[in-house]
Write a protein that binds this ligand. Structure first.
Ligand SMILES: NC(=O)c1ccc[n+]([C@@H]2O[C@H](COP(=O)([O-])OP(=O)(O)OC[C@H]3O[C@@H](n4cnc5c(N)ncnc54)[C@H](O)[C@@H]3O)[C@@H](O)[C@H]2O)c1
Length: 249
């Protein structure tokens, strides 16, 4: 069934590669017009030209999610290109694998600023257009690490735990104002961000996944698609875990 996002106009942050690229491709295939927003200009433009060659509607906009002026330009781009903004996917994030004492303040600030302040700025800037559309949706790409703790990733856990609460708070605030706000909680997913894991580290992660294999970007994108579509018209503040069963025990 194609066309599940017919009439939608979506910004996807971090859309130049990995999980974000998977969302961009699926959303475009389902009829949405897309603003691919990323700091990676060459990669983002390449994604857009591939989509356009397949007949999709897509543009690239350089966006650093930590920068307010970039956000204003990004929302304006969606409206000037496609006449409205119905959907925001906050997907861009950075990783940091350090534990508490190994996390320098500069690393902490970077992770919190990109992963938590970024979605806050995005929602704040996009909300006037999302409410104006009369049927808006935000999908926050969180992480299983926003629900569980491990002995590393101190700043990353904190950023995603914060995003989980931001998702709930904004969902409540806009529940009667025509904007649904939901989150996807991916488990281990094969993206460029995971490329620097050693075979040993990969095996250790997979040992924690009951289904025994890593997810692909498309597995997460299907969750985002549902939450962004009108099929989810009665769904807000929800937390869709897609993790091969990692969170069960
Ligand atoms: N890969 C996994 O196993 C996994 C697991 C759980 C959650 N996630 C979440 O999925 C999302 C995507 O992760 P991924 O694995 O595709 O990572 P990735 O590193 O492959 O891609 C992240 C994208 O975000 C962009 N980005 C980073 N900082 C940015 C900034 N300041 N402004 C704009 N764009 C920026 C990068 O350029 C890149 O295109 C993230 O929110 C991540 O936390 C991933």
């Amino acid at each position: 069934m194609a066309g599940r996002l017919e009439g939608k106009v979506s910004i996807v942050t971090g859309g130049a590669r990995g999980l974000g690229e998977g969302i961009v491709k699926l959303f475009a295939a389902e009829g949405a017009a897309i603003v691919v927003a990323d700091v990676l200009q060459a990669e983002g433009e390449a994604v857009v030209s591939r989509l356009r060659s397949e007949g999709a509607r897509a543009v690239f906009q350089k966006l650093d999610v930590t920068n307010e002026a970039d956000w204003s330009a990004c929302v304006s781009k969606a409206v000037s290109e496609y006449g409205k903004l119905t959907t925001l996917v906050n997907n861009a994030a950075v990783f940091n694998a350090s534990g508490l004492e190994g996390t320098a303040l500069s690393d902490w600030n970077k992770v919190i600023t990109v992963n938590l302040t970024g979605p806050y700025l995005g929602m704040r800037t996009a909300m006037p257009e999302l409410t104006r559309s009369g049927n808006g949706a935000v999908v926050n790409i969180c992480s299983l690490y926003g629900m569980i703790g491990t002995t590393g990733f101190t700043a990353y856990h904190s950023s995603k735990g914060g995003l989980r609460m931001l998702n709930k708070a904004v969902a409540l605030e806009y529940a009667k104002r025509g904007v649904r706000v939901n989150a996807v909680f991916p488990g281990n997913t094969r993206t460029p961000a995971m490329d620097n894991l050693t075979d040993e580290e990969n095996a250790a992660v997979l040992a924690l996944v009951p289904m025994g294999f890593s997810g692909e970007p498309l597995d997460m994108a299907y969750g985002a698609l549902y939450l962004a579509s009108d099929e989810a018209r009665y769904v807000t503040g929800s937390e869709l875990v897609i993790d091969g069963g990692w969170s069960i025990p």
